[in-house]
Design a protein around this ligand. Sequence first.
Ligand SMILES: NC(=O)c1ccc[n+]([C@@H]2O[C@H](COP(=O)([O-])OP(=O)(O)OC[C@H]3O[C@@H](n4cnc5c(N)ncnc54)[C@H](O)[C@@H]3O)[C@@H](O)[C@H]2O)c1
Ligand SMILES: [Zn+2]
Ligand SMILES: [Zn+2]
Length: 360
Amino acid sequence: MPHSVRAVVARSKGEPVTVEIIEVPDPGPGEVLVAVQACGVCHTDLHYREGAINDDFPFLLGHEAAGIVEEIGTGVTNVAVGDFVVLNWRAVCGQCRSCLRGRPWYCFATHNATQKMTLDGVELSPALGIGAFAEKTLVAAGQATKVDSAARPEVAGLIGCGVMAGLGAAMNTGGVSRGDSVAVFGCGGVGDAAIAGSHLAGAHTIIAVDIDDRKLEIARNFGATHTVNSTSEDPIEAIRGLTGGNGVDVAIEAVGLPATYEQAFYSRDLAGTVVLVGVPNPEMKIELPMIEVFGRGGTLKSSWYGDCLPSRDFPMLIDLYLQGRLDLDRFVSETIALDKVEEAFHAMERGEVLRSVVVL
Ligand SMILES: NC(=O)c1ccc[n+]([C@@H]2O[C@H](COP(=O)([O-])OP(=O)(O)OC[C@H]3O[C@@H](n4cnc5c(N)ncnc54)[C@H](O)[C@@H]3O)[C@@H](O)[C@H]2O)c1
Ligand SMILES: [Zn+2]
Ligand SMILES: [Zn+2]
């Protein structure tokens, strides 16, 4: 029997989202039905509703979620009914050329549930293959990772996207380690997680860059040792000034704009690393003198989901949280009801929140 549940849908480009009754099928082979308990509002949900990702409307939004496994399909062995799980949007296949080379975090064939959730008979496109602003959602079994149920859902869910992307951008992609200097451009949920990850990895200098003083204030709480408001001073000069004239070892772009990418590029030391974790839109272009790309050496990387491996990283990060070594509570600016997602987008645009979290 399909399940009729309340869910947040973006019907067309730029239009406010609405709460609808959608149909969620029972899990088929390799699928899991999850009763969602909490789901964070990520900037990527807004990108979807603005048509900046693709035109596959209607979208079922929400993808930073935790919940309880309610039903499992045949052949599912990694989770059981009643497990507390965090959902992920990169279920690795184990068989593609990247997985077979021993690099499953880059899996080139990640997968989602096979069956579709629907609205009035129309197939929904779940954001990042999840769609968790819904009382129940259907995912591939590999998208559900069991974690310690002592963590509260509104915090645990954040590991499923922005926090993992930011922590992983620093710890996995950027390889930040003891004594490094780091600059993070954009101090939203993702950027602050990159700051927290740099702190956890032992970085010595962590420079937060944003255009909003409120965000810079919060960034200090996550471990930023210095802050730069790039509307009032040149961030490249400021970062060089804070690093003995050299620039940082790792520069992390967490906005998704050409201007901040270029700032990151020029803010790093020789042989340093630039990590792009912010998501650009398809029209954006960067222009860099090729001699600078060569002459500065080092590495230019992109971070897909913090280059994480959910089965390895989610339980570990939840354990660090429960041990008091990773402050995830601070990411939750407010908890809201399902019908307040549109307001949460506006609060995000006004820079008032790190994460609004829908609690079901
Ligand atoms: N790579 C991934 O896997 C992944 C995963 C999740 C999110 N993202 C992306 O990361 C980015 C950040 O997401 P978020 O949820 O933290 O968004 P957010 O809106 O909460 O934060 C963005 C921050 O950037 C700041 N900012 C805006 N323009 C700036 C500028 N010119 N210079 C400096 N700072 C500026 C804003 O003040 C804000 O603090 C988005 O592009 C999102 O789509 C990527
Ligand atoms: Zn997200
Ligand atoms: Zn694979």
